[in-house]
Design a protein around this ligand. Structure first.
Ligand SMILES: CC(C)(COP(=O)(O)OP(=O)(O)OC[C@H]1O[C@@H](n2cnc3c(N)ncnc32)[C@H](O)[C@@H]1OP(=O)(O)O)[C@@H](O)C(=O)NCCC(=O)NCCS
Length: 201
C-alpha cells in the first residue's frame, strides 16, 4: 500500500498539477502570469487588517524577479518540498491569490496548507474553495496523509476558512513561531482517513 502511494507521488509532475473548483482553478505559476499578478497587486486595497499583506509572488515590479521566484517554486515542487499554486477564476482571466502545500514531514506524508487572497477579493469564498481543491489534490494526487493549517488565534478569517474547508480543530500550539512575537497558533487538520469517510468538521 505504502509503495503504491509513494509511486503515485513520484508520478505527479509539479508543473502538470491542476485542480478545479466550482469557480476557481489552481495550478503552478507560469512566466506569462506576470502581468496578471502585477496588475492584481496594483489593484489591492489598503491593508484590511493585521494579517493582510501583499502576496510575495505579485510584489515584483521587474519581470526578471518574478521569473526567478517561479524558478524557485519549480525547483521546490520538483523536489517535492513545497508546492505553490496560483489561484485563478476558471477561465484564468483573473488572478485571485495563492495556496501552497509545504511538506512538514515527507515520511509521514504531512503538509501544511497556506492560503492568501488579494484583498480586493476577500469574503467571496475563494480561499475556502481553493483550500478544498488543494486538500483534494494533496490526498488524491500527491498521496499525502495529513494536511494541517495553523494560524494566529486572532486570525478569524483564516480560522473560518479551515473550518469551512472541512478541517478539524486539534488544539493550540503555544508560543509557536519566534518571528510572530511568540504568538499562540491554533491548529486544524484533515487526514486521508477523515477525507475518505467524509468525516470532517
Ligand atoms: C484568510 C484569507 C485567505 C481568507 O480569504 P477569503 O477568500 O476572504 O476567505 P473566504 O471568503 O473563503 O472565507 C472568509 C471567512 O472569514 C469570515 N471573516 C472574515 N473576516 C472576519 C472577521 N473579522 N471575523 C469573523 N469572521 C471573519 C468571513 O465571513 C468568511 O466566513 P463565512 O463565509 O462563514 O462568512 C484572507 O483573509 C487572506 O488572504 N488573509 C491574509 C493572509 C492570511 O492570513 N492567510 C492565512 C494564513 S494562516
Amino acid at each position: 500500500m505504502k509503495k503504491l502511494e509513494n509511486k503515485r507521488q513520484e508520478k505527479v509532475s509539479y508543473s502538470r498539477i491542476l485542480g478545479k473548483g466550482k469557480r476557481i482553478l489552481i495550478r503552478p505559476y507560469h512566466f506569462s502570469d506576470y502581468k496578471m499578478c502585477w496588475d492584481s497587486h496594483l489593484a489591492r486595497r489598503p491593508l484590511a487588517g493585521p494579517f493582510d499583506e501583499p502576496i510575495p509572488a505579485c510584489k515584483h515590479s521587474k519581470v526578471s524577479e518574478f521569473k526567478d521566484r517561479i524558478l524557485r517554486y519549480r525547483k521546490h515542487g520538483k523536489e517535492k518540498r513545497h508546492y505553490v499554486f496560483a489561484i485563478f477564476n476558471r477561465n484564468q482571466k483573473r488572478y485571485l491569490g495563492q495556496v501552497d502545500l509545504w511538506i512538514i514531514n515527507e515520511t509521514l506524508r504531512w503538509a501544511n496548507v497556506g492560503y492568501h487572497i488579494q484583498n480586493q477579493f476577500f469574503g467571496k469564498g475563494y480561499a475556502t474553495e481553493a483550500v478544498q481543491v488543494a486538500i483534494r489534490l494533496a490526498i488524491k494526487s500527491l498521496g499525502l496523509h495529513r494536511i494541517e493549517a495553523a494560524m494566529e488565534i486572532e486570525n478569524t478569517s483564516s480560522r473560518q476558512v479551515a473550518i469551512k474547508a472541512g478541517m478539524i480543530r486539534e488544539g493550540i500550539r503555544r508560543h509557536f513561531l519566534p518571528e510572530h512575537s511568540h504568538s499562540d497558533f491554533e491548529v486544524f487538520a484533515i487526514n486521508a482517513i477523515d477525507y475518505a469517510k467524509g468525516n470532517t468538521r
